[in-house]
Design a protein around this ligand. Structure first.
Ligand SMILES: Nc1ncnc2c1ncn2[C@@H]1O[C@H](COP(=O)(O)OP(=O)(O)O)[C@@H](O)[C@H]1O
Ligand SMILES: [Mg+2]
Length: 234
């Protein structure tokens, strides 16, 4: 079943249009990668799905319901969670407090969800009383993902989860995303780390200068010269 359908969206910042007629879909249970060079419009597309931006043309539907014009606080309860680039955790709050804040729209079963997050990220349980600002970069990324899971989403939107992390942590983060998907959450991820993204994705789409340029299975894209070219700005 199609969970997310992005249908011909245009998106602008004020008068400056940066996304043109972008369409793609994500089926329930999939991991889909949205790829593209810096400035291609990936973050803009994610922000249009999850609320802060609104398409000037086209629409977005989730579970068959139009969400293109809803705000973030209306989208989260429908089952969409966004893990923004740069993590945006609350530095002065503890790990546990950050996680509890993630459940703000849905406090039923919070204990079970907290246990699940700690099972996926044992480091977070070890540091649950620690101020989030004192965590390492990798731990902060785990916390951001864990906080997103606390709303019990059907779809998780991940923006550059691996950015700035040491290679061994990148692997940990991708393994965790893979596991979250295997346990039933659909994943749409935006990544500069194409190889790792295509390692865990089922399918991918490539944005170039705000337009959808290419799509295919992870295997097809991993071996497509045009994918490499779009990363060299070609
Ligand atoms: N807040 C903003 N105001 C104006 N332009 C923006 C803003 N955010 C991003 N842009 C522009 O939109 C384009 C797409 O950016 P973005 O979606 O962040 O790309 P990506 O995530 O693929 O690197 C870029 O040209 C960028 O400069
Ligand atoms: Mg971005």
């Amino acid at each position: 079943m199609t969970l997310l359908e992005v249908d011909g969206i245009d998106v602008a910042y004020g008068d400056v249009q940066v996304v043109w007629d972008v369409s793609f879909s994500v089926t329930e249970g999939e991991t889909v990668a949205l790829l593209g060079a810096n400035g291609a419009g990936k973050t803009t597309v994610l922000k249009t799905i999850c609320g802060p931006l609104t398409p000037s043309a086209g629409d977005i539907s989730f579970n068959g319901e139009s969400i293109g014009h809803l705000q973030q606080d209306e989208v989260v309860p429908k089952g969409v969670t966004h893990i923004p680039e740069g993590r945006e955790i609350f530095s002065d709050s503890t790990v546990r407090e950050n996680l509890r804040l993630g459940a703000y729209t849905n406090r039923d079963g919070m204990r079970e969800r907290l246990d699940r997050v700690y099972e996926i990220f044992p480091r977070l349980e070890e540091r649950k009383g620690q101020k989030a600002g004192t965590l390492s970069g990798g731990e902060q990324q785990m916390l951001a993902i864990g906080r997103g899971l606390m709303s019990d989403p059907d779809l998780i939107l991940l923006d550059e989860a691996s950015l700035g992390l040491a290679p061994v942590l990148v692997e940990d983060v991708f393994d965790a995303i893979e596991r979250i998907n295997e346990e039933g959450t659909t994943v749409l991820l935006v990544e500069q780390d194409v190889n790792n993204a295509l390692r865990i994705a089922d399918r991918g789409y490539v944005l170039e200068s705000g337009r959808m340029n290419l799509s295919g299975s992870a295997e097809e894209l991993a071996t497509d010269d045009r994918v490499a070219a779009s990363y060299l700005g070609g």
